[in-house]
Structure formats: C-alpha cells, structure tokens
Design a protein around this ligand. Structure first.
Ligand SMILES: *[C@@H]1O[C@H](CO)[C@@H](O)[C@H](O)[C@H]1NC(C)=O
Length: 206
C-alpha cells in the first residue's frame, strides 16, 4: 500500500494538471459536448488536429463547402449572455505551413468573430484586423496556455497567453457564440500543421 502522504501528493498533482480560470471572481465549470469537422484532407485523432500541405479537392462534409483545409472541434457551448471563459493548452507538433487558425470564437449570427491564428516563427495574431497577440510563443514543441474571457453584456473579449492578458476587444458585437479549436487555413494560409489541445475547459461566471 502507498503511504497516505504519497497518495495526497499524487492527488494534488492530478488536480494541478487541470487548468484554473483567470480574471478573478467565481467560476463554475461547464462540460459542453462537441462535434468535429474534417475537410479536404484534415483529420482528427483524439486531441490531435492535423492538416496536410494542400487540400485534396473534396468539398463534402460538415463545414467543408469552401474546400479549405480544416480539422476542428466545434464545442456546443452556445451562449448569448453572461461571462464565459475558455481555457486550454496547445502544443504544435510540427508545422511547415503558416497563417493557420487554431482557436475561434464563432458568432452564429454573423460568422467568425474572433479567430486566433499562428504564423511560421510562432506569432499568434487576430485574423480579423491582423493584430499581434503574442510574438514567437507558439514554437514547435512549446506548450502554450490560452484563456479567453468573454463578457457578453459589457462586450469585452480578452485573450490571455500563459496567464497574461495580451489582447482585448472592448467593443465586441452581440450575437450567439460558440468555441472551436483545431486547425483551419485562413484565406492566405497553407498547411501542414499538427497541433494538440489538452486541458480544455469551459466556465461561466457565477
Ligand atoms: C479528403 O479528405 C477528407 C477528410 O478531410 C475525406 O473525407 C475525403 O474523402 C478526402 N477526399 C479524397 C478525394 O481523398
């Protein structure tokens, strides 16, 4: 039998694997389901999202009509009010491509609202507007923690990178939103990319 202290240490280590919410206040965890979209040669295996260098020409499948490379998980966390938080860790396994969306906050009423993409060299940027979120952090093999906080009432949307707020939109639109993660080439983007998302969690503010 393992001594009690070792068991406690193991329990603490397991708890520490899960992320904690940022931004203060009391947060309640949610457990939304999800669906998956694999397009034009994109594929998903567990928590790993892969797109090859170029599309295979197929436009059939959910979300595939534009023929772009896509391997994405669409969470069913749809919301139009309250304060919501997403948290997750990503690691790029390999990447010869560039300008690939890895996290979206989709506005079901108006299309993509916030799309975070990665460039060769590891810059994270906002596709709508091109603003840099963080320079050089998303390097192959490095794990990066992302949190987004969306206050639908005050219309604030923030992105935290490794616990630090790096992007804020104080004039977010209204609408009905949901989260997506994975890999999706932007209109100027190319594959390939293999990325893993772990410790993905959702919360709402109490
Ligand atoms: C292209 O890839 C998709 C998955 O991303 C697959 O469903 C489809 O069958 C593939 N088409 C061809 C022609 O290989």
């Amino acid at each position: 039998m393992l001594p009690q202290t070792l068991l406690l240490a193991l329990a603490a280590a397991t708890l520490a694997l899960a992320g904690t919410p940022v931004d203060g206040g009391t947060w309640v965890e949610d457990h939304p389901g999800f669906s998956q979209q694999q397009c034009a040669g994109g594929s998903i295996c567990g928590n790993t999202f892969f797109i090859p260098t170029s599309p295979n020409g197929s436009t059939s499948g959910s979300g595939c009509s534009n023929g772009h490379l896509r391997a994405e998980r669409r969470y069913k966390d749809d919301y139009s009010s309250g304060v919501r938080q997403f948290g997750g860790d990503f690691t790029i396994k390999f990447m010869s491509g560039s300008r690939i969306a890895i996290k979206q906050t989709f506005n079901g009423d108006a299309g993509p609202y916030f799309i975070m993409a990665v460039e060769q060299g590891g810059r994270l940027y906002s596709v709508e507007g091109g603003q840099t979120i963080a320079e050089g952090v998303a390097k192959v093999g490095s794990t990066v923690r992302i949190n987004t906080v969306h206050d639908a009432k005050s219309r604030r949307f923030s992105v935290y990178v490794n616990g630090k707020e790096m992007y804020r939109d104080g004039k977010a639109p209204g609408g009905s939103f949901y989260d997506k993660i994975g890999a999706y080439t932007t209109s100027t983007g190319t594959g390939d990319l293999s990325i893993t998302w772990t410790n993905v969690q959702f919360w709402h503010k109490a």
